[in-house]
Each structure stands twice: as C-alpha cells, then as structure tokens.
Design a protein around this ligand. Structure first.
Ligand code: CO
Length: 143
C-alpha cells in the first residue's frame, strides 16, 4: 500500500464532451475502460464520468448549464482535452510556490472537486497553454 506520494502524479485528464453517454459509447463501450462512477460537481458546473485507465483516470466532463466553464470550452473550442490534473502531495504548498513564482492559481482557495478531492486551477497563460488542475487526489475512488 502506498502512503501519500512525495512526488506529483498524473491524476486524470479532463475531456469536455457535449453528452456524457456519447463519450461513454467510445471510452467505455468501444475502448473498454472501466467506468468507476458518475457524479455532479456543482462547484465546477459539470457532470463527470470517471474512467479508470491504468494507474490514472480519464474524466469526461459534460456541462450542467450554459454558465459552466466546460460549456464555454465547448462553445469556443469544441469537444476535446479540457485540462490536465496533477495530484500534488501538498496542495497548499504547491499553491504558494505558484504565487511566489508570479503564477497565481485561478482561485484564492482550493474548492471541492470530483471524488472528494480539493482542487485549484492554473490558467493556461501560466502553464504553456494547458489548463492545469492541481488536486489532492480522489478520496472516494481509492488509489
Ligand atoms: Co479534473
């Protein structure tokens, strides 16, 4: 059994989809990934399908409403990779290091994400064009 990792790990890739069932038709039904859960994350305005792939996950993100950041992503850029999520051993410390480096996270405080994680984001302008999610990792989906 692993203790808290001391190095960052790839936690999941977030993929924006207009329709969760359509996404599941590919990732679960055709490619054979295991669906470990579907949940709503109102704080992010999304319904999330979590699929296990090796030691990491793919999260399909369907917007809950037009105000959802994922709805805006679909509108501007279409379906596709929305964010890369990195699990960090100490979220507070990681956020502080980014502030110190002049790359402040999007929010002052981390918020609840899928699976009981706490998350914050780094804007693509600070992260080489990638929306970067920093996460404590999923509590309820196991490790
Ligand atoms: Co995510």
């Amino acid at each position: 059994m692993n203790d808290q990792p001391s190095k960052p790990e790839l936690d999941h890739l977030g993929i924006a989809v207009p329709d969760l069932e359509q996404g599941l038709a590919l990732w679960r039904d055709t490619l054979g990934l295991e669906l470990t859960g579907i949940e709503e994350v109102p704080s992010e305005g999304v319904r999330v399908a979590v699929l296990q792939i090796g030691g990491t996950r793919i999260e399909l993100l369907e917007p809950l409403n037009d105000e959802s950041p994922v709805a805006k992503h679909l509108e501007k850029r279409g379906a596709g990779i929305h964010h890369v999520a990195v699990k960090v051993p100490d979220l507070e410390a990681a956020q502080q290091r980014l502030r110190d480096a002049g790359k402040p996270p999007l929010r002052d405080e981390a918020r609840p994400g899928a699976g009981g994680a706490r998350v914050n984001f780094l804007h693509p302008k600070h992260a080489g064009g990638v929306l970067l999610e920093l996460t404590t990792g999923h509590g309820s989906h196991g490790d």
